[in-house]
Design a protein around this ligand. Structure first.
Ligand code: NAD
Ligand code: WQD
Length: 346
């Protein structure tokens, strides 16, 4: 029996593949490599010493997905495949709705056909939208402020409807806060295309000399130093949360949302300071206006995941920045520089 990992070559997917293989799960990866490189999966093999099938396939392609289910004894899906750039979703909403929603509908349709009804889904803290105060707990009213966020909200609703119609399904909706960091081997990590949108990849690229300086978006928020506060979570802790959620859906029926965060918030200036300390590099920055759509403070109430999944984050801000730095220093150009041919099934 195998766990199908859609989007398994991506940032969070590749780290989750490592944890799954370390726990002796058999896995199958489906990825169209629209935002990743096959080299990440070579590195997963290198870290774990284990091999697994990889299909270069698009979840929009129902025939290709059907072939994957025919050729493998799929027991459950961890569904990472999706587009995730908020700004791009505003300028190209159709691409986001089609890729994320139609892709998920296809996947669920094929799952239904093969009577596979266990899924761990990558949702996001973005479904909390603009809240008045943190921490965010799972029962808050949900809202989206951009098309990307709306795809996550809609998919959560679709999965709830699927469960209502057939109560054999077991579904975990994992709402990630701000994943950062990398595997401590320094072999896999976040490899954004072009100039990064997110804080930590941007800081890392300044530290390694690829970018000149960071822009801090606003220092007039109602926080202790005026900069935005987020709940950064180490990607390996996040990956381990997926294994706990997988155990849950394999053993239980139902649909449940869980926050995956640490419950602690750090400001932009605190992140810069910690990164400078661990890397011994200066991070030059400018303060500019707030970025439209940003909220002042976001951090999780992670107690439901602790109770329901027996999971909690273990790594702190220092570990996260150190591992991000280790990855960036070892791989200043991400996977591009060392990309080899990966064996990919058609
Ligand atoms: P990522 O872009 O690194 O990984 C996504 C993977 O899915 C990529 O390998 C990409 O090539 C693949 N993919 C995209 N569309 C596909 C399609 N149609 N068919 C097959 N493969 C496809 O992103 P990530 O940071 O690893 O995020 C994984 C998931 O978690 C996404 O669904 C994202 O929305 C969600 N998420 C991410 C964050 C974050 O900050 N990184 C936060 C909350 C939620
Ligand atoms: C963090 C803080 C910025 C960049 C995004 C998505 C969210 C989720 C996670 C997928 C904020 C500040 C940032 C920079 C800065 N993704 N910042 N200079 O916005 O919390 O969340 O990624 O689901 O949906 O919106 O993360 O890393 O972009 O920003 O000052 O160059 O850093 O203003 O306070 P965000 P981020």
């Amino acid at each position: 029996m195998s766990i199908l990992v859609t989007g398994g070559a991506g940032y969070i997917g590749s780290h989750t593949c490592v944890e799954l293989l370390n726990e002796d799960y058999e896995i199958v990866v489906v990825d169209n490599f629209s935002n990743s490189k096959p080299e990440s999966l070579n590195r997963v093999r290198e870290i774990t010493g284990k091999d697994f099938p990889v299909y270069k396939a698009d979840i929009l392609d129902r025939e290709a997905l059907t072939a994957v289910f025919k050729e493998n004894d799929v027991e459950a899906i961890i569904h990472f495949a999706g587009l995730k750039a908020v700004g791009e979703s505003v300028s190209n909403p159709l691409r986001y709705y089609e890729n994320n929603i139609t892709g998920t509908l296809n996947l669920c349709g094929v799952m239904e056909k093969f009577t596979v009804n266990k899924m761990v889904f990558s949702s996001s803290a973005t479904v909390y939208g603009l809240q008045d105060g943190a921490p965010f707990h799972e029962d808050l009213p949900l809202q989206a402020t951009n098309p990307y966020g709306r795809t996550k909200l809609m998919i959560e609703d679709i999965l709830r409807d699927i469960y209502t119609a057939n109560q054999n399904w077991g579904i975990a909706l994992l709402r990630y806060f701000n994943p950062i960091g990398a595997h401590h081997s320094g072999l896999i990590g976040e490899d954004p295309n072009g100039v990064p949108n997110n804080l930590l990849p941007y800081i890392s690229q300044v530290a390694v000399g690829k970018l000149k300086k960071l822009t801090v978006f606003g220092n007039d928020y109602p926080t202790h130093d005026g900069t935005g506060i987020r709940d950064y979570i180490h990607v390996v802790d996040l990956a381990k949360g997926h294994l706990k959620a997988l155990e849950k859906v394999l053993n239980d029926k139902g649909v449940e949302a869980y926050n995956l965060g640490t419950g602690n918030g750090y400001s932009v200036l605190e992140m810069i300071q910690t990164f400078e300390n661990v890397s011994c590099q200066k991070i030059p920055y400018d303060i500019q206006n707030r970025r439209p759509g940003d909220i002042a403070i976001s951090f999780a109430d992670p107690s439901k995941a602790q109770r329901g999944l027996n999971w909690q984050a273990e790594k702190d801000c220092h570990d996260m920045c150190l591992d991000s730095w280790q990855w960036q220093k070892n791989n200043p150009d991400g996977y591009a520089a060392t990309e080899k041919q990966t064996e990919v099934k058609a």
